[in-house]
Design a protein around this ligand. Structure first.
Ligand code: UDP
Ligand code: MG
Length: 353
């Protein structure tokens, strides 16, 4: 299977985000190369170094010097997995794009089938499902079950494992979506909202981490949860925030007005009859309820407005690139793309691109 007959220079682009994975990179690259060559698939590998401080980058440079189909981009600092994926997506040229983690937990042996499901079965995206996982039960498996359940309910997409790093996409799909923040966890939802319908799933092998340690701590849950909320509201109310906030706001306002009327009438009746009416405001719960409703609404609104604004921020997906490797300086298209990804920074000289 080659892509000679199609418009794409490669059957596959393998996009690999990584942060301090020096022990795994060589082994991973060799494993991918061996597997895909055996299956007769043409490919490029794109390493996105998300601000590693170990020897990862020099290993990528070394690999790309030897292999012409390996390219790398190094961020100047750690921007997160979504940023790395988005950058890889932007410069990918294959007919099918496969993303995988760099830590050897995802097996390259899965790639040919993930590719086949896109080109032959017609899926737009195929998400891996780590049915048997080798991660810590309490800090990872349980919360992940909960998140997947919530994501399923919200999106209506029947996937078991939204956050699996191993996924394949039709070329058009990755070039139609934008991922930032922590949204790599919910890419299938973003894909669905971009209008793609055929979302598939494939059970994949999962290995215990061989080297190094997980790069996500407890923040995984908090950020993941907030992003889930964002995704939910963006999808439901992003284009019409008033439908949600307007209704909620009016409702709460109405309760306030009714309460005020009641207080007033109660007081008037009491005064008329000459009874001493108890002060509602002397009950401390009154203040707690009042304050939390107001503050809660305000916080939520502020968060949502911030989100709307940041969605439109011109630099939401621009990153400080430190160095690149494996790019052809005469490939003006690639150089242009890189410039678009790169924030303006006088320290970064044009000659580096
Ligand atoms: N990673 C990254 N940037 C980050 C955190 C992680 O590029 O800020 C990469 C990491 O090197 C690995 C992949 O994302 O290739 C998945 O990370 P990890 O294996 O630590 O996550 P886990 O498997 O524990 O979910
Ligand atoms: Mg991992």
């Amino acid at each position: 299977m080659t892509s000679q007959s199609t418009a794409y220079p490669f059957d596959l682009s393998i996009v690999i985000p990584l942060l301090n994975e020096e022990e795994s990179l060589k082994e991973l690259e060799e494993w991918i190369r061996k597997t895909l060559t055996r299956h007769g698939l043409s490919f490029e590998i794109i390493f996105i170094d998300d601000g590693s401080t170990d020897r990862s980058w020099s290993i990528i440079e070394e690999i790309s010097r030897r292999q012409s189909n390996v390219r790398g981009i190094k961020f100047r600092r750690n921007y997160g997995k979504s940023a790395a994926l988005n950058t890889g997506f932007n410069i990918s040229r294959g007919e099918v794009i496969v993303t995988m983690d760099a830590d050897l937990q995802d097996s390259p042996e899965e790639i040919p089938e993930l590719h086949r499901m896109i080109v032959q079965d017609g899926y737009d995206i195929v998400s891996g499902w780590k049915k048997v996982r080798y991660d810590n039960k309490w800090t990872k498996n349980l919360p992940s079950k909960l998140f997947n359940w919530a994501a399923r309910k919200i999106s209506g997409i029947p996937l078991h494992d939204f956050n699996c790093g191993l996924k394949s996409y039709r070329h058009k799909v990755v070039h139609s979506i934008e991922v930032y923040g922590e949204m790599h966890r919910y890419i299938p939802i973003i894909v669905k909202w971009a209008g793609f319908q055929k979302i598939g799933e494939k059970v994949v092998q999962h290995q215990p981490r061989k080297y190094g340690s997980s790069k996500f701590g407890v923040s995984r849950f908090v950020n993941g949860f907030l992003d889930l909320l964002t995704i939910f509201f963006m999808g439901k109310f992003g284009k019409s925030p008033m439908h949600f906030f307007g209704l909620l706001g009016s409702f709460i306002f109405l309760i306030g007005v009714l309460a005020a009327i009641y207080l007033g009438v109660d007081k008037l009746i009491a005064l008329n009859r000459g009874i001493a009416a108890p002060l509602i405001t002397s009950n401390p719960y009154f203040y707690i309820a009042l304050l939390s409703i107001i503050v809660g609404t305000q916080l939520f609104l502020a968060g949502f407005l911030g989100e709307l604004i940041s969605r439109n921020a011109a630099d939401r997906n621009k990153y400080q690139l430190d160095t690149i490797t494996g790019f052809d300086h005469n490939d003006h298209k690639a150089v242009d793309q890189l410039k678009k990804l790169q924030v303006k920074d006088p320290r970064f000289s044009e000659s580096e691109l």
